[in-house]
Design a protein around this ligand. Structure first.
Ligand code: DGY
Length: 330
């Protein structure tokens, strides 16, 4: 078989993409900004497979142009940028990178939480701006995590890893998810609660759900109204899970205590009024951003696409019915 032509929409860690260089014709967008839509529309026409990022919109219109496409790899665990139904209708499997970024993302949730609870970013600004004049008994007092309640919304693998870290910090654990997780309850002593109850009892709410039509604006005015007035919100999931305008209102009015965000509703844009608040910590979508994790993600997505093209059956397929219907899935 001829070497397959793979369209890669961004430069990934080299160590993770060695197989692409060895086994295929690589058409790579080698810039530090997303491939413009027009370019993507043009180049997809000659691609046998696509490896894309969460910032690329893979929709019906694009798939129509990709007549040769036999696989889509998403360099992320979340794949809300891909119209999976449209891919499935065309018999195209979609692969993602579950598992390898669980710990890095849960670490990031805690890094954000600690920065917010212990006011590290405010302190950093104070030091740099020459406003640190003396140790002070009342200087930038924060919140203790030990003994406070951590509520995790979405208890998949990342949510579970956030709960584990919460236990290590001595927090009481509550979680909400579509199904109860016996293992989390017996292993960690986490208590299941409905979303409203979780919001009203938690001192920290961590969002760890995928973005779907059900989770879009899961957190709006009503939900912020249920939270404690000093509660902290951490979002390392997807921006549109939170209504950013309502979040701003809740923060500015003192309805909740603070927020730490890694993701944004209209990424990379941030609702500008949030930038003016001190009780907000903002990161540029760094959840999986460690050298080791990003390399593993690259390797995983490349392996899945290449193995599929050569007749294998990678497990990290989000629409495995495509493989089954082609007789490859059993
Ligand atoms: C994901 O994997 O979904 C992250 O948001 C990017 O690492």
């Amino acid at each position: 078989m001829d070497r397959p032509r793979i369209l890669l929409t961004r430069a990934l860690p080299e160590e993770g993409i060695e197989r692409l260089h060895e086994e295929c014709e690589l058409d790579q967008w080698d810039h530090d900004h997303p491939m413009p839509r027009g370019e993507l529309m043009e180049r997809i026409a000659s691609a046998d497979a696509l490896i894309c990022l969460l910032s690329d919109r893979i929709d019906e219109e694009l798939l129509r142009r990709g007549a040769r496409l036999r696989a889509i790899g998403v360099y992320a665990v979340g794949y809300d940028n891909v119209d999976v139904n449209a891919a499935t209708a065309r018999g195209i499997p979609v692969f993602n990178t579950p598992g390898v970024l669980t710990d890095a993302t849960a670490d990031m949730a805690f890094a954000l939480l600690l920065s917010l609870a212990r006011r590290i970013v405010e302190g950093d600004r104070m030091v740099r701006e020459g406003r640190f004049h003396s140790w002070g008994p009342k200087l930038l007092l924060g919140k203790d995590l030990r003994g406070s309640t951590l509520g995790v919304v979405g208890a998949g693998s990342i949510g579970g890893a956030v709960l584990r870290r919460g236990k290590a910090f001595g927090m009481d654990l509550v979680y909400h998810s579509r199904t109860r997780k016996d293992a989390l309850e017996s292993e960690l002593g986490a208590r299941y609660a409905g979303l409203d109850e979780l919001l009203s009892v938690s001192d920290v709410v961590s969002l760890n759900v995928p973005l779907t039509s059900e989770t879009h604006h899961l957190m709006g005015a009503r939900e912020f109204g249920l939270m404690k007035d000093d509660a902290l919100l951490v979002n390392t999931a997807r921006g549109p899970v939170v209504d950013e305008v309502e979040l701003y209102e809740a923060l500015a009015s003192g309805r909740i205590g603070g927020a730490a965000l890694d993701v944004y509703e209209r990424e990379p844009d941030v609702y500008a009024p949030l930038l003016k608040l001190d009780n907000v910590v903002l990161a540029p979508h760094l959840g999986s951003a460690t050298v080791h994790t990003r390399t593993k993600m690259a390797r995983m997505v490349c392996d899945a696409v290449l193995d599929h093209l050569s007749g294998g059956r990678p497990e990290n397929c989000v629409n495995p019915s495509v493989l089954v219907s082609k007789g490859e899935g059993k």
